[in-house]
Design a protein around this ligand. Structure first.
Ligand code: CAA
Length: 377
């Protein structure tokens, strides 16, 4: 077992740290307040190669392995989980194309991503959250075309993406086996962006409703086979969940670092609060939790990179790291006390950001179901 990273991985992590320190951290408060990314940030991240991490080499991308991507996402998560979410949603949306796209579909998709534009993965609907198979958006076959109708909600990058993977049901009577994936360009007639959500955390990321009103697309835009959509969505989520874990580890690490720093500076009863054993115990528990979550994230990514089964470990990594992020950020607020609760200090934002990690890309209750299914059946 080798816990060392390669020189390339270390160089990429250092580069990500530097970009985050220069381009993200100074603007975190402003982006959180405004509820959006600063306008030129995406371009700066793209110039650094951080937006197109999952693009394969044969489509002019870096073709990075999952472990390396997790290393970078942890750094983005440390800087701003909202920014990390926007970048990670690009990867999430790209996985269906990587998994089942034709060469032509891949060329089109990666041309868009390589030009610095964002993508979005549109599965969730008001009536299809945890029950992803209950998608009610329809895809009716009409000659060589499909006509899509329906509404998607909570779509990360929905309002700012240029290209989308949309899941719709092409055979209602077949239920889950009718679900089908399609690629849609933003300017397709009938396709529009609805309400933008005003969120508790990850406020730098964009979350919107999408409306499909008689959207006509050629059958060439279908990803994989008709009825294959549910499995494509599940395999995509398997690939993306460890990366939610990586962002969660980043949030937890940033909150922990702030708590350690503060505990050494803050004096009560005539000494730094770090000298009190009850504070030390909290810091030690936080450190244990972060380290175990990180190991689980890397294990899931490593299994994926080895082409070994990894769905159970992906769910474990996402679930555990998200729970760790929630607990560690809550404890970091506790270490900072009253100061932890005000916006002048970074910890309250970490706590708000951590919450969504337990909800999106499958709630932690769903992760536990996925893990139990893998154990039992
Ligand atoms: N890989 C391949 N196939 C899979 C699979 C996987 N990981 N998981 C299930 N399948 C297959 C099953 O084998 C089964 O196939 P057969 O019919 O051929 O036997 C089929 O899919 C149906 O499986 P289930 O019976 O297990 O399906 P289910 O309806 O019970 O649902 C679930 C399972 C795990 C609850 C699933 O619905 C789920 O993961 N829900 C959560 C959805 C989710 O994560 N949404 C997140 C949206 S994206 C997001 O949040 C992004 C963002 O904005 C940041």
């Amino acid at each position: 077992m080798d816990f060392n990273f390669t020189p390339d991985q270390l160089a990429l992590r250092k580069m990500a740290q530097e970009v985050v320190a220069k381009e993200v951290i100074p603007y975190v408060h402003e982006m959180d307040h405004d509820g959006k990314m600063r306008p030129d940030l995406l371009k700066k991240l793209d110039d650094a190669g951080l937006v197109s991490l999952v693009v394969p080499e044969e489509y002019d991308g870096p073709g990075l392995d999952a472990v390396t991507i997790a290393l970078i996402y942890e750094e983005l998560g440390k800087g701003c989980a909202g920014v990390a979410t926007s970048v990670a949603a690009n990867a999430l949306a790209s996985y269906p194309v990587i998994l089942v796209g034709t060469d032509e579909q891949k060329k089109h998709w990666f041309d868009v991503i390589n030009s610095g534009k964002l993508a979005a993965f549109a599965l969730t609907e008001p009536g299809a959250g945890s029950d992803a198979g209950a998608v009610s958006t329809t895809a009716a076959k009409d000659g060589d075309d499909y006509i899509l109708n329906g509404t998607k909600c909570f779509i990360t990058n929905g309002g700012i993406a240029d290209i989308f993977v949309i899941f719709a049901n092409a055979r209602k009577s077949a239920g889950i086996r009718g679900l089908t994936a399609f690629v849609i360009d933003r300017n397709t007639p009938g396709f529009s962006v609805g309400k933008e959500e005003d969120k508790m955390g990850i406020r730098a990321s964009n979350t919107c409703e999408l409306i499909l009103d008689n959207v006509r697309i050629p059958a060439a835009n279908r990803l994989g086979r008709e009825g294959e959509g549910f499995k494509i969505a599940m395999r995509t989520l398997d690939a993306a969940r460890p990366l939610v874990g990586a962002v969660s580890v980043g949030i937890a690490q940033a909150a922990f670092d702030a708590a350690v720093k503060y505990s050494k500076e803050r004096e009560q009863f005539g000494k730094p609060i770090a000298s009190f054993q009850l504070v030390q115990a909290m810091l030690a528990d936080m450190a244990i939790a972060i380290e175990t979550a990180r190991l689980l994230v890397f294990k899931a990514c490593w299994l994926k990179d080895q082409n070994l089964p990894f769905a159970k470990e992906a769910a474990m990594a996402k679930c555990y790291a998200a729970d760790v992020a929630m607990k560690v950020t809550t404890d970091a607020v506790q270490v900072l006390g009253g100061y932890g609760y005000i916006k002048e200090y970074p910890t309250e934002k970490y706590m708000r950001d951590a919450k969504i990690m337990q909800i999106y890309e499958g709630t932690n209750q769903i992760q536990r179901l996925v893990i139990a299914n893998q154990i039992l059946y």
